[in-house]
Design a protein around this ligand. Structure first.
Ligand code: NAD
Length: 386
C-alpha cells in the first residue's frame, strides 16, 4: 500500500447516550431549516419520531414514516413530491440503512430537480444543495458513506443500483446508543454482521488506504467485543455503546474505499430477490472470505487476530479459512440463517444462475480484489451458500 488516493468528508459526528437531545442545537449551525424526516413505522412505535417532532417543532415540515427496505424508486418519487410541496431544504434519515439511503436518494433527486439549469460540478468535495442528516439505529453504517442503492422496481426482476455521490454523505450524524436498545435481536445480529463485513471488505479493498485499514481493524475489535453481548441482552447500554462505536468505525472504513464481491452479491440478493440486507450479509460473508482467501489472506490477518486467531506456524490461508468458519459459527450462535435456502421464501435454487448473471454485471462485484472472470465462479459460490 505505497500509493493511495481517497476522499474524506467533512461531517459533524455527535456520539453519546442521550445525544438525540442535542439535535436542535446542532441544527443551529446549518442554514437549512425545513426538514423532511424519512423513517419507518417501528421508529414511530418506539416513540423516536415523537422525540424528533418535539425537538424540531415547525422546522420539521414533513414526516414520511413508511420507508420500505432497499430504497424503492417509487418511494423516492413520493418523498420528492412531498419535499417539493413543502419547500423542504434538507432530509433526515432516522432508523436503519434503508431510511438513511432514502434520505440520500431524495436529497440527490431534489438537488437535481432544483439545479438542473446549472452546470454540474465535477468536484468530488462540493457541498450539497440539500444536505442529509442521519440518526442511525442499526449497525448498517450508511451514515458515514457517500453511497446509496436505489431499487429500480419496474425491471423484472427489480435491480438495485448503487450510486456513489460525495454530496450524499450525511453532514451531521447523531449516534445515540439509547435509540438502539429496542433494536430486535435478529436486526442486532444481522446488521452487526453487516458492520463486520464492512471492515473485512475494507481490509482487502482494491482502494484500501492507511486510514481505512486502521479504522477497519479497530472496528473488528469493537464489534467482536460487543456483538454477542448486545444479541444476548439488548438492554446492555455499555455493550450497545461499544457496538455502535464499532459500526461507526466500520462505516468510516467503508467510506473511502470500494467494496467487492461480498457487498455486490448482497445488493443483488436484496434488490432482485428481496433478501434483507443483514441476512444476505450473514450468509454470504464466510463464502466471500473463502473465495478471496488466496488473494487476500495477508490483508485479513489483523481481522483474524482480532477474533483470537493467530498464525502459530500455519499459513495465512489456513488462518483465513478458520476466520470464515468462525464467522459462520457466530452467525449460527445468533440464530441467523446460515444458508440461502433459509433466507427468503421467495428465493428458489433455480433462481441462482439468473442471480449469478446479474451479479456478474454488478460493478461492485467487479471491483473484487480477486478478479471474477466467469459467471460460473459466482454461480458456484451461490450454490455453496445454498
Ligand atoms: P433496514 O433499514 O432495511 O431495516 C431496518 C429494520 O429494523 C426496519 O424494519 C426497522 O423498522 C427496524 N429497526 C431499526 N431500528 C430499530 C429500533 N431501534 N427499534 C426497533 N426496530 C428497529 O435495514 P439495515 O440493515 O439497517 O439497512 C439496510 C439497507 O441499508 C440496505 O438498503 C443496504 O443496501 C443499505 N446500506 C447502505 C450502506 C451504505 O454505505 N450506503 C451500508 C449498509 C447498508
Amino acid at each position: 500500500m505505497n500509493e493511495f488516493h481517497y476522499i474524506s468528508y467533512a461531517q459533524e459526528v455527535i456520539f453519546g447516550a442521550g445525544s438525540l437531545a442535542q439535535l436542535s442545537e446542532a441544527f443551529e449551525h446549518f442554514d437549512h431549516q425545513r426538514f423532511v424526516l424519512c423513517t419507518n413505522h417501528s421508529m414511530r412505535v418506539a416513540g423516536h419520531v415523537d422525540s424528533v417532532e418535539a425537538i424540531l417543532g415547525e422546522r420539521l415540515v414533513a414526516v414520511f414514516d413508511q420507508v420500505r427496505p432497499h430504497v424503492q424508486d417509487v418511494q423516492v418519487n413520493e418523498i420528492l413530491a412531498i419535499a417539493d410541496e413543502k419547500n423542504a431544504d434538507a432530509f433526515i434519515g432516522m432508523g436503519g440503512g434503508s431510511t438513511i439511503g432514502m434520505a440520500k436518494a431524495a436529497a440527490a433527486m431534489l438537488e437535481q430537480k432544483r439545479t438542473y439549469h446549472l452546470k454540474p460540478s465535477e468536484s468530488q468535495i462540493d457541498q450539497p444543495f440539500s444536505p442529509v442528516f442521519a440518526i442511525p439505529t442499526t449497525y448498517a453504517g450508511s451514515e458515514m458513506t457517500p453511497v446509496y442503492g436505489i431499487t429500480h422496481t419496474n425491471e423484472n426482476p427489480p435491480r438495485k443500483v448503487t450510486v456513489n455521490n460525495p454530496k450524499s454523505v450525511p453532514k451531521l450524524v447523531i449516534y445515540d446508543p439509547k435509540l438502539t436498545i429496542d433494536l430486535p435481536s435478529e436486526m442486532t445480529a444481522s446488521t452487526g454482521i453487516n458492520a463486520l463485513a464492512h471492515c473485512i471488505e475494507a481490509l482487502y479493498s482494491i482502494k484500501r488506504n492507511p486510514l481505512s485499514t486502521a479504522v477497519a481493524i479497530s472496528g473488528v475489535r469493537h464489534i467482536i467485543n460487543a456483538l454477542l453481548l448486545c444479541y444476548k441482552d439488548g438492554s446492555n447500554l455499555e455493550a450497545r455503546t461499544e457496538m455502535l462505536i464499532g459500526s461507526h468505525l466500520a462505516g468510516l472504513s467503508l467510506a473511502s474505499v470500494t467494496m467487492g464481491l461480498h457487498h455486490g452479491l448482497c445488493h443483488v440478493l436484496g434488490g432482485s430477490a428481496n433478501v434483507p440486507h443483514g441476512i444476505a450479509n450473514s450468509i454470504i460473508l464466510p463464502h466471500a472470505i473463502r473465495f478471496n482467501a488466496d488473494a487476500t489472506a495477508p490483508q485479513l490477518l489483523p481481522a483474524a487476530e482480532a477474533m483470537g486467531l493467530s498464525l502459530n506456524g500455519s499459513s495465512p490461508i489456513v488462518v483465513i479459512e478458520s476466520l470464515a468458519q468462525k464467522i459462520f459459527d457466530l452467525v449460527g450462535q445468533m440464530n441467523l440463517p446460515q444458508r440461502l435456502r433459509d433466507a427468503s421464501i421467495a428465493l428458489q435454487e433455480s433462481d441462482l444462475p439468473r442471480l449469478a448473471l446479474i451479479a456478474f454485471q454488478n460493478r461492485t462485484v467487479q471491483n473484487n480484489p480477486k478478479p471474477i472472470t466467469d459467471v460460473s465462479q459466482l454461480e458456484e459460490l451461490l450454490r455453496e451458500a445454498w
